[in-house]
Design a protein around this ligand. Structure first.
Ligand code: G6P
Length: 461
C-alpha cells in the first residue's frame, strides 16, 4: 500500500496488535479491537506498511525489547514510554482532559483543574509526543506519507516537520472536535500548543464536516492559522465483518441467542463503558418505556454488551458501578420469575458482539457525542432481523444515516423511550423497507474510501 508511489506510515497510540503471555510463557500477539484497527488492519496487513504505536502493557514492552515486531501481517514499531509518562499522557491529559474537551463532558463546577499536577502531566504529554516524533523521524522511509491518528498525538507534527521535511503528515481525529466554546476551558498555553500542534500537519481530517468546521472555527477564534482540512467518514470493512459473522464463534453465540431470546423482541447496545456513550440515559429511557407501555413487560429484553475501558480513571470505574446499580434496580423493579428486563454482559468478545448485532430488533446508539460511532454502521451490515436503528443526532454516523434511522437527542430520555416504542411497534413491512435502506446507507463507504481521502489530502496538492 502506498500513496502514488510514496511509502506509508501509520502512527497511533493503540496499535493493531497487543501481546499477552500464554500459559507456557510465550508472548502471543492478538489483534486489537476498535474501529481504527478493524477498518485499517485488513487494508494494510501484509503490505509492508510501518505502524508505530505505544507499548501499552508489560507484555508489549517485552515483545518490543527485541526491536521491530512482525505479527499478524504488520510491521510494528513499538514506542517505549516511561510508565509514569505514559500514565500521565494517556490518562491525565489524553483521557481525562482532551477526550472530555472534544466530547463536551466536563461539568465545570469541579473539573478541569489545571494545577501543578496537571503541569507535570502536560510535560509528560509533550515527552510522549516527542517519543513518537523521534520514532517517526528514525523509522519513516524517505518521502513517506505519515497518517497520524487521533488526539493523543496532537502535539507531534511540529516535532517532526523540521527534521524530516521529506515527510507529509496527515492528522485524523476520530473524536468530534471541541469548537471554540469547548476549547475555551483549556487555558493558554495548552490551547495554543494544541492548535499549533495540529496546524503543523500538512492536513487535518475529521469524520464529518461538522467537526471539521469546529476545528477551523477554533483556529480562527484563537488566532492560529488553520492548515488544509478535509472531512471523510470511516466505515466498517464489510468483508472483515462478514468473516467474523460467518465464523464458528459467532455461529455458536447465534445459537445461544436464538434460544435465549425466543419469542422476545430484543433491544441491543454494544459499547465500551465510556461516559460519552450515554449508557445510563439509555437504561432510563428503557425504564420509561416499561412504565409507559406496560405491554412490553415480559415481551422485550434489553441486552447490553458493554465492556470495561480506561479503568485507570476514577470516573470510568464510578460510571461502571452506576450502570450496574441501575440495571439491578430496573431488573428488581420489573423482573419476574420468568423474565429479566436487562441482560448486562461486560466481557469484551468481538464474535459475541457481532452475533448480538445479528439478532437485534432495535439497536440503541445514543452517545452524548461521538466522532463517528462504527457500531451504528456495523449493526445494519450484520443484522438478520430487519432491525431498526435508534441513533443519537450527536454522532458522526447521524450525518450519513439520518434518513434511515430514528433520531434522538441524547439528553432527551423521554424522546428516546418514545423512539424505542416506535421502533418496537413498526410493522414487518416497514422494518423490511427501512432495513434495506439502512444496509445501503451503512455500506456506502468502506475503509478504502477513507484511506484514499487521507492520502488524497496530501498527494493531490
Ligand atoms: C476511541 C478513540 C481511539 C481509542 C478508542 C479506544 O475510538 O478515538 O483513539 O483508541 O476509543 O480507547 P482506548 O483508550 O482504549 O485506546
Amino acid at each position: 500500500m502506498d500513496a502514488q508511489g510514496r511509502p506509508l506510515v501509520i502512527v497511533s497510540n493503540r496499535g493493531p496488535v497487543s501481546f499477552r503471555r500464554a500459559d507456557d510463557g510465550a508472548l502471543v500477539a492478538r489483534r486489537g479491537g476498535g474501529g481504527l484497527v478493524s477498518g485499517l488492519a485488513p487494508l494494510v496487513a501484509d503490505s509492508g506498511v510501518v505502524w508505530i504505536a505505544s507499548a501499552l502493557s508489560e507484555d508489549d514492552r517485552a515483545a518490543a525489547a527485541e526491536g521491530s515486531v512482525q505479527a499478524e501481517g504488520f510491521r510494528l514499531e513499538f514506542v517505549l514510554h516511561d510508565p509514569d509518562v505514559l500514565r500521565m499522557a494517556y490518562d491525565v491529559v489524553g483521557n481525562a482532559v482532551l477526550w472530555f474537551v472534544h466530547h463536551g463532558l466536563f461539568e465545570l463546577a469541579r473539573r478541569p483543574r489545571f494545577d501543578r499536577g496537571f503541569r507535570e502531566a502536560w510535560a509528560a504529554f509533550v515527552t510522549y509526543n516527542r517519543s513518537f516524533a523521534d520514532a517517526v523521524v528514525a523509522g519513516a522511509p524517505a518521502d513517506a506519507v505519515v497518517l497520524v491518528q487521533d488526539y493523543h498525538l496532537s502535539l507531534m507534527a511540529p516535532m517532526v516537520v523540521d527534521r524530516r521535511p521529506d515527510l507529509s503528515l496527515v492528522h485524523f481525529a476520530h473524536t468530534p472536535f471541541g469548537g471554540p466554546e469547548l476549547l475555551n476551558v483549556l487555558p493558554d498555553p495548552y490551547r495554543r500548543e494544541l492548535l499549533e500542534g495540529l496546524a503543523a500537519n500538512a492536513a487535518c481530517g475529521f469524520h464529518t464536516d461538522r467537526w471539521r468546521r469546529r476545528f477551523v472555527a477554533s483556529c480562527e477564534e484563537f488566532g492560529v492559522p488553520a492548515p488544509p482540512t478535509f472531512a471523510s467518514s470511516l466505515a466498517p470493512d464489510p468483508e472483515d465483518l462478514a468473516g467474523v459473522a460467518d465464523g464458528p464463534a459467532a455461529a455458536e453465540w447465534r445459537e445461544r441467542f436464538a434460544q435465549r431470546f425466543a419469542g422476545l423482541q430484543v433491544i441491543v447496545r454494544v459499547d465500551r463503558i465510556e461516559l460519552s456513550k450515554n449508557i445510563l440515559r439509555g437504561f432510563w429511557a428503557y425504564e420509561e418505556l416499561l412504565e409507559r407501555w406496560p405491554e412490553y413487560r415480559g415481551t422485550v429484553c434489553f441486552m447490553a454488551s458493554v465492556y470495561p475501558s480506561r479503568e485507570g480513571l476514577a470516573e470510568y470505574l464510578a460510571y461502571r458501578q452506576e450502570i450496574e446499580h441501575l440495571v439491578e434496580r430496573i431488573n428488581q423493579r420489573f423482573g419476574t420469575a420468568t423474565w429479566t428486563p436487562i441482560v448486562l454482559e461486560t466481557a469484551d468478545d468481538f464474535p459475541r458482539s457481532v452475533a448480538l448485532l445479528g439478532r437485534y430488533d432495535v439497536l440503541l446508539v445514543n452517545p452524548v457525542s461521538d466522532g463517528m460511532n462504527l457500531v451504528a454502521k456495523e449493526g445494519p451490515l450484520v443484522n438478520r432481523h430487519d432491525g431498526v436503528l435508534v441513533l443519537s443526532t450527536e454522532t458522526g454516523a447521524w450525518e450519513e444515516l439520518r434518513e434511515v434511522a430514528l433520531g434522538v437527542h441524547p439528553c432527551d430520555v423521554s424522546a428516546t423511550a418514545e423512539a424505542l416504542a416506535e421502533a418496537l411497534s413498526l410493522s414487518a413491512a416497514e422494518r423490511r423497507a427501512r432495513a434495506d435502506r439502512l444496509v445501503a446507507a451503512a455500506g456506502a463507504r468502506t475503509p478504502r474510501h477513507w484511506l484514499h481521502d487521507q492520502l488524497a489530502a496530501v498527494t493531490s496538492r
